[in-house]
Design a protein around this ligand. Sequence first.
Ligand code: ZN
Length: 153
Amino acid sequence: MALRNIKTEGNPVLRTVCKNVPEVTDSLKRLIDDMFDTMYDSNGVGLAAPQIGIVKRIVVIDDTEGHKYAMVNPVITETSGEQISQEGCLSLPGFAGRVKRPLKVTVKALDRDGKEFTVEAEGFLAVIMCHEIDHLDGILYKDKAFEYGAAQK
Ligand code: ZN
């Protein structure tokens, strides 16, 4: 288990458009494992590679309801509906805001073994996927949020 340091707002890496991963190598698998460890250690439900200073298109997700994904080069291929919910981010500690997102998304990606898969996500899981994939384009949820401010204790 290896924990990585989570970068916080102000670090330019969070505003960088990340690069596609050409191949899922063994070192990339170790990176994915470190991302899961780091996410769980911080009680997060998602983590994107730029949050640990790596400008590659990789996210890890665990919604704590049985949906756990490593996604390499994820692409949202379909969206429908809309929902508004409260979001936070490990890179913006102590803050929260409400964001409008699609209710449902279809996402295509490579898994930890480099195999292509497609997920249809709805509700909270769709929010996590949109939030994490935004990170890969240097977008933070606060850019889209209303009522953004200090989180209620
Ligand atoms: Zn985030």
